[in-house]
Design a binder for this molecule. Structure first.
Ligand code: F6P
Length: 309
C-alpha cells in the first residue's frame, strides 16, 4: 500500500466536478475530525481551478457550522480545463506548498480522482479521494455520496406525476440523470414502480416498452439521459407514433418530464449524511496513517481503500 512516513500537520479539502447532496456533510465532518486531531484545516474553493488561483482559506470549527443538512457545497466546485495542463498543476502545487499543506482530500467523481493522480505527479503531499456524485458511477464503491438523495428526489417527483397521470390517464416518460450510468434510473424505476427502465448499459428494446404500456390507466417509464435511444423526448415521439398507428385519430397521451439538475440539489438524505460523515472520518484517519493515492469506498458495508488509478 502506498504510504508515507511524514506526519501531517496541515490538511486541505476540496470538492470537484458535479456537486452532490451530502458534500457539505462531508466537509463538516472532515474539518471537525481533523481539528479534533489537532490538524490545521484549509478549504480550497472552486475545486482544482481554485487550487490554481490560490482560493485557499483556513477553516475553523465555526466555518462549517450548520452546513451538514444543506445541499450543494460551501466550498463550491468547478470542472477545470487549466488543471489538465502541466503549467496549471504547477501553479496549483506551488500554492499548496505556499500554505505548507501536507495532504489533500477531494470529494468528487471520476474526473476528480484523475485530478488527484495528476497532482501527485507534480506535488509531494498525500492525496486521497472520496466518491461524491449523484451518478453512483465510481468504481470499487457500492455507493457514492449524493446518490441516495438524488434517487429520493426523483422518486418524490414521480409520486407527484402519478397523481396527475392517474387523473388524466396520462403516461409519463421521466428522464433522470446519468450520462454513462443507469444506476439512478434503475433505482428510481424500482422505487416508483415504473413499467420499464431504459439505461445506457443495455440496448433498449422499444417494442418491449410499447408492449408494456397498459392503455387503461397511466404508466411511468424511466429513462437515463445517456440511454442510446436518445432520451425522453425522442422516446415520447416514438411511442406517440406507435400509439397513433393502432388508434388513428385518438390523442396519444404521452408526456415528458426531464428532471435534470433538480436531482443534484436539496437536503441530503439521512443515508447520504451518514455515508458522508463516515467516509470523511475514514479519509482523515487514513491520511494520518500515511495512506496516499487511494480512494475511499464502501463495499459490503465496510469502508475500503482502492488505488486511485
Ligand atoms: O456527473 C454528475 C452529473 O450530474 C451527470 O449526471 C450529468 O450528466 C452531469 O453531471 C451534468 O453536468 P453539468 O451540469 O456540469 O453539465
Amino acid at each position: 500500500m502506498a504510504r508515507v512516513d511524514k506526519t501531517i500537520k496541515k490538511l486541505a479539502i476540496l470538492t470537484s466536478g458535479g456537486d452532490a447532496p451530502g458534500m457539505n456533510t462531508f466537509i463538516r465532518s472532515a474539518v471537525r475530525k481533523a481539528l479534533d486531531l489537532n490538524l490545521e484545516v484549509y478549504g480550497i474553493y472552486e475545486g482544482y481551478q481554485g487550487m490554481i488561483e490560490d482560493k485557499i482559506t483556513k477553516l475553523n470549527y465555526d466555518s462549517v457550522c450548520n452546513i451538514g443538512k444543506t445541499g450543494g457545497t460551501i466550498l463550491k466546485t468547478s470542472r477545470s480545463k487549466e488543471f489538465l495542463t502541466v503549467e496549471g498543476r504547477k501553479k496549483a502545487s506551488d500554492n499548496l506548498d505556499k500554505h505548507g499543506i501536507d495532504a489533500v482530500i477531494c470529494c468528487g467523481g471520476n474526473g476528480s480522482y484523475k485530478g488527484l493522480e495528476a497532482l501527485a505527479t507534480q506535488w509531494q503531499g498525500q492525496v486521497i479521494g472520496t466518491p461524491g456524485t449523484i451518478d453512483n458511477d465510481v468504481m470499487f464503491t457500492d455507493f457514492t455520496i449524493g446518490f441516495d438523495t438524488a434517487v429520493n428526489t426523483a422518486m418524490s417527483a414521480i409520486d407527484n406525476l402519478r397523481d396527475t397521470g392517474d387523473s388524466h390517464n396520462m403516461h409519463f416518460i421521466v428522464e433522470v440523470m446519468g450520462r454513462h450510468c443507469g444506476d439512478i434510473a434503475r433505482a428510481v424505476g424500482i422505487a416508483s414502480g415504473a413499467i420499464d427502465v431504459l439505461i445506457p448499459e443495455t440496448v433498449s428494446d422499444i417494442n418491449h416498452v410499447i408492449n408494456s404500456i397498459r392503455e387503461n390507466g397511466h404508466n411511468i417509464i424511466v429513462i437515463a439521459e445517456g440511454d442510446e435511444t436518445g432520451g425522453a423526448q425522442k422516446l415520447s415521439e416514438t411511442l406517440k407514433e406507435a400509439f397513433t398507428k393502432v388508434h388513428p385519430g385518438e390523442e396519444a397521451k404521452f408526456r415528458v418530464c426531464i428532471l435534470g439538475h433538480v436531482q443534484r440539489g436539496g437536503r441530503p438524505s439521512a443515508r447520504d449524511r451518514i455515508l458522508a460523515h463516515e467516509m470523511a472520518e475514514f479519509a482523515v484517519n487514513s491520511l494520518l496513517n500515511g495512506v496516499t493515492l487511494k480512494a475511499v469506498g464502501i463495499a459490503k458495508n465496510e469502508y475500503v481503500l482502492t488505488n486511485l488509478s
